[in-house]
Design a protein around this ligand. Structure first.
Ligand code: NAD
Length: 492
């Protein structure tokens, strides 16, 4: 692959960093240097914010149809580039092309939001002498900070509604996965976005991420990433201008499998949930609780599915799992595996690591009967590591499933509809799968987490709300009948 040079996209032009600095991006599969990426400084972030500020009046004054046109065109361009985008994520992340759905996802989001921008306000006739209306208006300059594991999923689910709502945006890519967002940035001019409406900067949390989260002119910020970074962003927002925050954070998602469950399906799907993308998804069911009577059979089936995974070159269609996304991720996962070996039993699956380019591959691991308070049960590992524990009663299953600071996704497998409903209601989780598990979801349903897994919800139906301020307008109307008991101070 020819060496790529990735630059910021600011005010409709590609630019180097103000200090000329770049960082190197290596393929986690071949180790080859794939790109030199511009490292944004606080000055670059300022330039991007200034461009977005200048572009805001004209962009927000357009009709929804006018704003929708470049969004729809971008959807089409992304669809046409799907195979190329898949290869870029394979190069930067080791993400197998066989698992790539992100281009389709991004196109759907830009297409949906190209027609979704008729924000509805409410009106009230209940104040004597007044007709009151509420307005939904864009914030102005907004920002998005995205993680690496599915770059275009987060690029589109944040940008599309923010732009449709009339905001202008500065987006920071992840330092691990800037290639596919950069390729889409190259489409923005041709799609018809005026300069400054979308600005894409690259770089690390410090300085670029921090410069965004503490910027005084950014009024709303949507972040997807780890709880640790979410905390830093929330502090920076509080220390600057209380910008409106939307957070999608990490998870330690439980799946509960009862004795009457369809065991084959439960094993297949829970295995896929945690092993897909080498365990690097936020909602992976990393804790699996199986009722004692079927534990042995379930574990055997789960192990067979995990052992059948083909680890290898992410560019080959037959590959199920690639390497971990980089050396840091690999070392973190290996540390947790060593830790888990000390606290519980380990079942090494038979999936072989490839003979070539094996450095960052982790063969799927199953931990059994880990103590509930052990690190591997409490912390997000973000690797192909499943923890399987047993339970006896429904009450016990619910109690241990909920004993977590995370609450992103949970699932329950049972044929008993009453039990399924009781458990679904009792689970402290933003999303619950009944006889299915993550990544099962629906684009019109709220996506987000309870507790430490996030703040707010995203979806086709909800995301416009994330990017619109609300204003109440009280309009006195002379001649409107008022009762003698009411005075003019808003119906007191
Ligand atoms: P991360 O928190 O390390 O980084 C996410 C982004 O934040 C990156 O762009 C990074 O550069 C930036 N960042 C880092 N430090 C910053 C700072 N001080 N200020 C501002 N920005 C900063 O997360 P990651 O490793 O990229 O992604 C993995 C995490 O994301 C996991 O915890 C995973 O569960 C979570 N995630 C959540 C969802 C969800 O929808 N809930 C989806 C995908 C990933």
């Amino acid at each position: 692959m020819t060496l790529l040079k990735v630059k910021h996209y600011i005010n409709g032009k590609f630019a180097d960093s103000s200090d000329g600095n770049t960082f190197d991006l290596f393929s986690p599969y071949s180790g080859e240097l794939v790109a030199k990426v511009a490292e944004a400084t606080a000055e670059d972030v300022n330039n991007a914010v200034s461009a977005a500020k200048a572009a805001f009046p004209a962009w927000s004054a357009m009709s929804p149809q006018q704003r929708g046109r470049p969004l729809a065109k971008l959807a089409q361009m992304i669809t046409e580039a799907d195979a190329e985008l898949a290869k870029l994520d394979a190069a930067s992340l080791g993400r197998p092309i066989s698992t790539y759905f992100d281009g389709y996802y991004a196109a759907m989001h830009f297409r949906y939001f190209s027609e979704a921008a008729y924000p509805t306000g409410t009106s009230s006739l209940n104040t004597p002498g007044f007709i009151n209306v509420s307005l939904r208006q864009p914030y102005g300059v907004c920002a998005a900070i995205i993680p690496w594991n599915s770059p275009l999923v987060f690029f589109s689910k944040k940008l599309a509604p923010a732009l449709a709502a009339g905001n202008t945006v500065v987006l920071k890519t992840s330092e691990k996965a800037p290639l596919s967002p950069d390729r889409v940035a190259q489409m923005l001019g041709e799609a018809g976005f005026p300069p400054g409406v979308v600005n894409v900067v690259h770089g690390h949390g410090t300085p670029a991420g921090h410069a965004i989260s503490s910027h005084m002119d950014i009024r709303a910020l949507s972040f997807t990433g780890s709880a640790r970074t979410g905390r830093l962003i929330q502090k920076a927002a509080a220390d600057s201008n209380f910008k409106h925050l939307i957070f999608e954070l990490g998870g330690k998602s439980p799946a509960i499998v009862f004795e009457d469950a369809e065991l084959e399906r439960a094993a297949k799907e829970t295995q896929h949930s945690i092993m897909f993308h080498s365990g690097q998804t936020c909602m992976a069911n990393s804790r699996i609780y199986v009722q004692k009577g079927v534990a042995e059979a379930f574990i055997a089936k789960f192990n067979a599915f995990a052992s059948a995974r083909k680890l290898g070159d992410p560019n080959l269609k037959e590959t199920d799992s690639g390497p971990q996304a980089d050396k840091v991720q690999y070392e973190t996962v290996m540390r947790y595996i060593e830790e888990g070996k000390k606290t519980g039993q380990v079942l090494q699956t038979g999936a072989p690591v490839p003979t070539e380019n094996a450095a960052l591959f982790v063969s799927p691991v199953i931990f059994l009967q880990q103590p509930e308070d052990s690190k591997v049960m409490k912390e997000e590992i973000f690797g192909p590591v499943a923890c399987i524990n047993t339970f006896e009663t429904e009450e016990e299953a619910l109690r241990i499933a909920n004993d977590s600071e995370f609450g992103l996704y949970a699932s329950v497998y049972t044929k008993d509809i009453d039990r399924a409903m009781r458990v679904a209601k009792g689970l402290e989780s933003g999303m619950v799968g009944v006889n299915c598990t993550s990544p099962t979801g629906a684009w019109d349903m709220p996506f987000g987490g309870y507790k430490g897994s996030g703040v707010g919800r995203e979806s086709f139906l909800l995301s416009m709300e994330d990017w619109l301020e609300q204003k109440s307008v009280y309009i006195r109307v002379d001649g409107l009948q008022t009762s003698s008991a009411a005075n003019s101070t808003l119906g007191r």
